[in-house]
Design a protein around this ligand. Sequence first.
Ligand SMILES: [Zn+2]
Length: 358
Amino acid sequence: MGYGIHKGEALVRVATETKTIMSSRKKYKINPETLLYEIDKVSAKSRFLDFLFKSLGMIAMCFVYFWLYTSVFGLELPKTTILKKQNAEWVSRLEVLGKEMEQCESTLAGLQMRDDQIYRNIFGMNEISPEVRNAGFGGVNRYSYLDVMGPNSLLLRTTMRQDILTKKTYVQSKSFDEISAISKRAGDMASCIPAISPFLTDDSKYTLTSPFGYRSDPITGSSKMHTGFDFACPPGNPVYATGDGVIESVKFELFGYGNSVVIDHGFGYKTRYAHMKSIYVAEGMSIKRGECLGESGNSGRVTGPHLHYEVMYRDEYVNPENYMDLTMPKEEYAEMVKKAAQQSSKVLTPHTRVKMPN
Ligand SMILES: [Zn+2]
């Protein structure tokens, strides 16, 4: 043996080293000069590159696996499945909500129609205009927080629809409040609506000179709507309230209506008494049918002394002839005036009565 060791020793050594190699994770290589196994020393750079390539390989494997799972086999990740389920549930809820709102809208539309055509009509109240009923919410974009959902998303549409429904319900609710308040006075309706002549029904005291409607203007001669009814008489004839109400305005004008009184009778009715000589009432005063408002005269734009009497219903002029009974016996009228004067002393404070020079 030219290597200076016995064959037996070499075998034992090889066997021992092989055992050592088998039981170790370290890498070994044979040194061709000594014929011995030596630890294969790997540089840190090589180990790092090895680690890096293996890691990249694993990441690539993950991507391939994900691609095969989702795109090739059409499978979903568990998280995606849960989110999709939750999304479908929310869409179903919104659709159910939409159907419920549809029913509410239908019921509300019926209420609005009855409100305008029956309830408000009964009490002489104007209909609520569609502009008011359908008014939206102005100002800043209150739905900006939903922009992320898209301009036509189900959630945005549902939210807007719900807001409109809320607004319409609020308007309707306020209307019912008004009706409720006025209906408590429904028993007073008969005494409030203008129903008598503003003058004592003694036709020796006045002359009916100009009815309601188009006529030739007594000053300019052109055709013009005459919005009232004229009772010609010498100044100083007592003028009486034709229905219960509240004095809305008392005006003293050089032109136009001259000295005039407007009474708000409620239930949509108002009356105006113009060209008066003197006025005994003040704004805000409660007034009873048959109470004296003042004296007729010739103030304002007139060609002669007369009382110009107007009836307005829901802010429109109507023919006073349809609202006064000129055939009422003068004794009955006088009795009514007497009673009204007796009640007046209880209700009205004398110092609030003002007599203005004509
Ligand atoms: Zn007139």
